[in-house]
Design a protein around this ligand. Structure first.
Ligand code: SIN
Ligand code: CO
Length: 370
């Protein structure tokens, strides 16, 4: 099923994005769940897939982490199963993220799906990402508070950070096809009314702290020549124990120069931002194809499919995928970004085939028919 999303993006971005929570009623008309609770439970049995079960029986919070081998003993109510990055593993569910691909893709995190029984939820909490929660089957009551308040948080369980009482600015039930958008920093609590499924499309950015530390690692690995502070115009200072303001400014410039060098900064960012945040369904080819075998498969009509949700982005004049630079011209990179399925006619240039051969052998693209 192709999901059609009715959102006025201009209005949404101007009034709500990272500003305040909102319910978009019937944003998906006639919503049909792309996955069943049983299928979700099956995914949560897989080693590579992050999942957890959160319960709140008689007011006692508990969390267990997958993979799960069985779901007996959970009872009828007050527990939910949450599975991360379902877009990496379930083709139909992945279609739900398509309408959100107009937003900056470098900020896309994953599609998390939760199945909840009567009274279940993960408790009142604050997330460090922006999220569109699409209601599927059933109903949930959501209470969402404003951002930018000094909310107190506490551990309701060692794996559950909850937030103390807050004043909801939204307190409503949502049903199939409604979307609740929650900006980073807004406390929220969703409680299932009967059985329900919900789909969280998350967008995340990294803190300056993380970025700086990661950029520093890149610089250490990629800039072997040491850069020293030098001051050839040095005059004897009045107070040699005082670091002069101009000296501090020179040191700042020395560091900022590195950040402002596109060859370094862009390359670091392209590699860094395409590193996956969750495991991907990448299976390297057991016996690598050689060039002629690869070309002839394509010539005979085989098609290449990109691994779902592998991170591919353009930074400056270059393309990056899965933490590496793509050595191809921009028109081809554009094609690789926008198209999930490729055929021979689109990539028949020798250089392109060579690069694609490497990507197929690594498992970034795969043949569906040979
Ligand atoms: C859920 O889907 O059960 C929890 C989503 C959230 O509150 O972040
Ligand atoms: Co949340």
């Amino acid at each position: 099923m192709n999901y059609k999303l009715a959102i006025d993006w201009d209005d949404f971005l101007t009034n709500y994005w990272q500003k305040k929570p909102v319910i978009l009623r019937k944003a998906f008309a006639n919503f049909i769940d792309p996955i069943t609770p049983d299928e979700l439970a099956g995914l949560a049995m897989e080693e590579e897939i992050d999942s957890r079960i959160v319960s709140n029986k008689n007011g006692i919070w508990d969390a267990q982490f997958g993979p799960f081998t069985q779901y007996d003993d959970l009872g009828e109510d007050h527990w939910s199963l949450l599975v991360q990055a379902v877009d990496h593993w379930h083709t139909q569910a992945a279609r739900l993220i398509e309408p959100f691909k107009c937003l900056p893709q470098w900020q896309f995190d994953d599609l998390m799906i939760s199945y909840a029984t009567q009274g279940a939820g993960v408790g009142p909490h604050i997330d460090n990402y922006d999220v569109f929660i699409i209601q599927g089957m059933g109903r949930r009551r959501w209470q969402v508070g404003d951002r930018n308040q000094n909310y107190k948080q506490y551990s309701a369980h060692k794996a559950l950070l909850h937030v103390e009482d807050y004043q909801p600015i939204i307190d409503e039930e949502i049903t199939a096809g409604d979307i609740l958008y929650i900006p980073l920093g807004c406390p929220h609590n969703g409680v299932s009314i009967g059985e329900s499924l919900s789909y969280s499309v998350g967008f995340i950015t990294q803190t300056s702290q993380t970025l700086l530390s990661n950029f520093a690692d890149y610089i250490i690995d990629n800039l072997p020549t040491a850069i020293y502070y030098q001051d050839k115009d040095l005059k004897l200072p009045n107070d040699p124990y005082q670091v002069q303001p101009y000296e501090l400014a020179k040191i700042q410039d020395q560091l900022i120069d590195l950040i402002k060098t596109p060859k370094l900064f862009n390359d670091w960012f392209g590699k860094h931002i395409t590193i996956p945040m969750h495991d991907l369904n990448i299976i390297p080819v057991e016996t690598p194809y050689d060039y002629y075998e690869f070309e002839s498969l394509l010539k005979n009509g085989a098609q290449l499919h990109r691994v779902p949700s592998i991170r591919i982005l353009k930074v400056g004049d270059f393309g990056y995928i899965h933490g590496e630079k793509i050595d191809l011209p921009m028109p081809i990179i554009d094609l690789l970004c926008k198209t999930d399925t490729l055929c021979y006619q689109q990539i028949q240039d020798k250089n392109t085939l060579q690069v694609m051969l490497d990507f197929v052998n690594k498992g970034y693209w795969y043949f569906t028919e040979e």
